[in-house]
Design a protein around this ligand. Structure first.
Ligand code: IPE
Ligand code: IPE
Ligand code: MG
Length: 247
């Protein structure tokens, strides 16, 4: 854990006031690979390596929550071999996470509808989630087959089902109660959303939770994203004034 202020180049990051929750749209693997004249799967492999490094670093600096967008509900539109390569990388990563859990001490969980995943991968997700639950200091969430609209619809459907079953009444619904039906239940809203690769859009990421998030965009593609880029984003965040609609 890092405390106090630390200079990064000419810039200073205040480690005593880190955002509580950082969310990252891990984008640009394909373009990174194209520039190197290698298959897109090579970009995803490099992106997985970046994720390992950034998750470890997040834990090191004392970040409480890190959420990453790994596979969207729309990413099934991609060629099957690319989807298979991403799922394989994820499978390898989770096996490794299971093996190194004691060393890493990170709680890992998933946001998204895991039902369409390969049953073996799904079981692995569940195992990683349940065995890492005791590591409460650092929580890394992987958005997998995740879509913000899908999440909101899923929540609305579950609430409606509870009303039909007589467990809830429509007039009881508050923002806090609705939160409890989301995949992100119990996790604070992201303070900072980072998107590398130059794109400046949410692409269906955390639509409900992003209401008052700060955004940080960089042209660097995800496989090239280093600790320094994370610190630059945190520093930019620390210079912002958040008003939440107040003065
Ligand atoms: C992000 O990189 C990874 C996933 C969406 C799974 P991309 O594969 O979208 O990379 P670009 O945007 O094509 O460069
Ligand atoms: C968003 O990136 C999803 C992930 C990073 C997992 P995309 O590459 O799928 O988004 P678009 O298509 O550029 O909006
Ligand atoms: Mg992309």
């Amino acid at each position: 854990m890092l405390f106090g202020k630390k200079s990064v180049g000419l810039k200073t990051v205040d480690f005593d006031h880190l955002p509580q929750h950082i969310a990252i749209i891990m984008d640009g693997n394909g373009r990174w690979a194209k520039r190197r004249h290698i298959p897109r799967s090579g970009g995803h492999a490099a992106g997985a390596e970046t994720f390992r490094n950034i998750a470890t670093y997040a834990k090191e600096i004392g970040l409480r929550y890190l959420t990453v967008y790994a596979f969207s509900t729309e990413n099934w539109k991609r060629p099957k071999d690319e989807v298979d390569a991403i799922m394989r990388l994820l499978h390898n990563y989770l096996e490794e996470a299971l093996r190194d859990m004691e060393k890493n001490q990170i709680h890992m969980a998933f946001f998204g509808d895991l039902t369409p995943l390969d049953p073996e991968l799904r079981a692995l997700c569940e195992k990683v989630e349940s065995t890492s639950r005791k590591y409460v200091q650092c929580n890394v969430h992987i958005c997998l087959n995740y879509g913000g609209r899908d999440e909101i619809m899923h929540a609305a459907r579950s609430f409606a089902a509870d009303c039909t079953a007589g467990k809830k009444r429509p007039e009881e619904l508050t923002e806090a109660l609705f939160d409890s039906y989301l995949y992100t239940k119990g996790v604070p809203d992201p303070d900072l959303i980072i998107r590398p690769s130059g794109e400046q859009r949410l692409s269906n990421f955390l639509l409900w939770q992003a209401a008052y998030a700060e955004f940080y965009f960089t042209d660097v593609c995800w496989p090239d994203f280093k600790k320094e880029h994370l610190l630059n984003a945190i520093r930019a965040y620390q210079l912002r004034q958040r008003r939440f609609g107040g003065t």
